[in-house]
Design a protein around this ligand. Structure first.
Ligand code: ATP
Ligand code: MG
Length: 439
């Protein structure tokens, strides 16, 4: 992509309305714009990142055996009356009346809807287990939308729902999601720590929140430092095998949000030098809730001896749009965003230091064409602007690699490569650079 043609409205000034660094950087780097309180438009650069985050979530869901569907944003009130949640949900639910005076709502979550879809299709235990997910916009009329996309009113969530014949099956489904979540967040360069959680309005008796440590997080968290140091990636996962040992490894150590925290237990179980008391951002939340929805909505199957069995369910959410804010909170410096490779909107930012110099522009165009042809996502700053402004913008938008080409380099047959994270610079021949990026 040529920056001269790209819609990238960066801001020099820090927007006054943004209280936390990720919100400031998302506005300054031209990723999003607020349309109403807690409702955002995604601009090209931000939308690229959102799709990458979404894709990682999708790949890990698929790897776990879950199947993707897409349910609507608008739901009927009747559906929610059947589970008893229509009145219970309160003012966070955006209620709508259509032209026929039918009561509708903008879905804050989809337990009721998926349960009826499942109920109307599955009649026998032989068709279990099933796990269905979708990645869809949700609306919750939050009292205090704030921190940009972190606590929006409209936000993108991945939510999935597992259906099993018995509790043991449901726990296995829960464990699959537990492990899929560890992998999902690790792939985004995040340390998300699973913490025992309250089941809240969804109901049920087993639940974990996945929390990223960040000073600006909304929850107070307490955990064993060993969890912060633990690594998940690099381990092969057999989702059909026994996942309980992996889950136990993570859940045997103390980790709790303020709601579930027990100071006496914390002090008893965690040695003083390993006690972490910090703040965190919830990026995912998983629940096992048994027959909380299958009973009222009559989602029953015929069991092996013909008896009717209400299915055992769980639900599992990831805050896809919130993750963008969380990743920036975890990965930025004074100059701007530092994207982890896996979610970076482009891999390379190519900076032309002298667009009016034919040799420099020729070298840039050749390199840009070769990188693009090899599928290396490149943003080419071909704008007629000072080098200083280009460096500042490139640092602000945080692409992992900067490739800088100017008259001196061209004369010497070299380009300069800067690693955004470490700041390390190297000079190399264009061919060496292409080889480095597999082009
Ligand atoms: P919170 O405690 O932050 O309000 P929640 O418990 O209401 O979250 P869930 O119903 O578990 O959230 O939703 C699943 C995920 O969706 C959460 O883990 C979070 O990452 C994300 N999420 C929830 N509410 C919002 C919001 N208002 N804006 C952005 N993301 C959200
Ligand atoms: Mg929660």
């Amino acid at each position: 992509m040529r920056l001269s043609q790209y819609f990238l409205p960066t801001l020099k000034e820090t927007p006054a309305e943004a209280q936390i660094v990720s919100h400031r950087l998302m506005l300054r780097a031209g990723l999003v714009r607020q349309m109403s309180a807690g409702i955002y438009a995604w601009l090209p650069l931000g939308y690229r990142v959102l799709k990458k985050i979404e894709q990682i979530v999708r790949e890990e869901q698929d790897a776990s055996g879950a199947q993707e569907v897409l349910m609507p944003t608008i739901q009927s009130a009747d559906l929610w009356r059947q589970s008893g949640r229509y009145d219970a949900y309160g003012p966070e639910m955006l209620r709508i009346v259509d032209r026929h005076e039918r009561e509708m709502l903008y879905g804050p979550t989809n337990e009721e809807m998926i349960t009826t879809i499942f109920r109307d299709a599955v009649k026998s235990y032989r068709d279990l287990p099933r796990n269905l997910y979708h990645i869809q916009w949700k609306f919750r009329d939050e009292v205090r939308p704030r921190f940009g996309v972190m606590r929006g009113r409209e936000f993108l969530m991945k939510d999935n729902y597992s259906f099993d014949l018995d509790k043991a099956g449901a726990i296995h489904s829960y464990n699959k999601m537990f492990v899929a979540y560890l992998r999902t967040f690790a792939r985004m360069g995040l340390k998300a720590i699973p913490m025992r959680a309250d089941t809240g309005p969804i109901g049920g008796d087993l639940s974990h929140e996945f929390i990223i440590l960040a000073d600006t997080g909304e929850s107070a968290v307490f955990c064993d430092k060993s969890l912060v140091d633990k690594d998940i990636l690099g381990r092969a996962i057999d989702f059909d095998g026994d996942l309980q040992p992996t889950v136990n490894e993570w859940t045997s150590l103390y980790a709790a949000t303020d709601e579930m925290h027990d100071q006496a237990r914390f002090e008893k179980e965690v040695p003083a030098d390993r006690r972490v008391a910090a703040r965190g951002i919830e990026v995912g939340h998983i629940f096992y809730f048994g027959t909380r929805y299958s009973k009222p909505l009559n989602a029953v199957v015929a069991g092996p001896t013909g008896e009717s069995i209400a299915v055992e369910m769980g639900s599992y959410g990831v805050g896809v749009s919130r993750l963008m804010g969380a990743i920036i909170e975890a990965s930025h410096d004074a100059q701007g965003i530092v994207w982890p490779d896996s979610v970076a909107p482009f891999k390379v930012g190519l900076i032309n230091l002298k667009p009016d110099d034919g040799a420099v522009t020729g070298a840039c165009q050749t390199l840009y064409a070769k990188l693009s042809a090899a599928g290396v996502e490149t943003l080419y700053d071909d704008r007629d602007q000072r080098g200083g402004a280009k460096f500042a913008d490139m640092d602000l938008i945080g692409l992992p690699w900067q490739v800088i080409i100017g008259p001196k380099g061209v004369a010497a047959g070299k380009v300069e490569v800067k690693n955004r994270r470490t700041g390390q610079r190297e000079e190399m021949a264009p061919e060496a650079l292409l080889a480095r990026f597999g082009a």
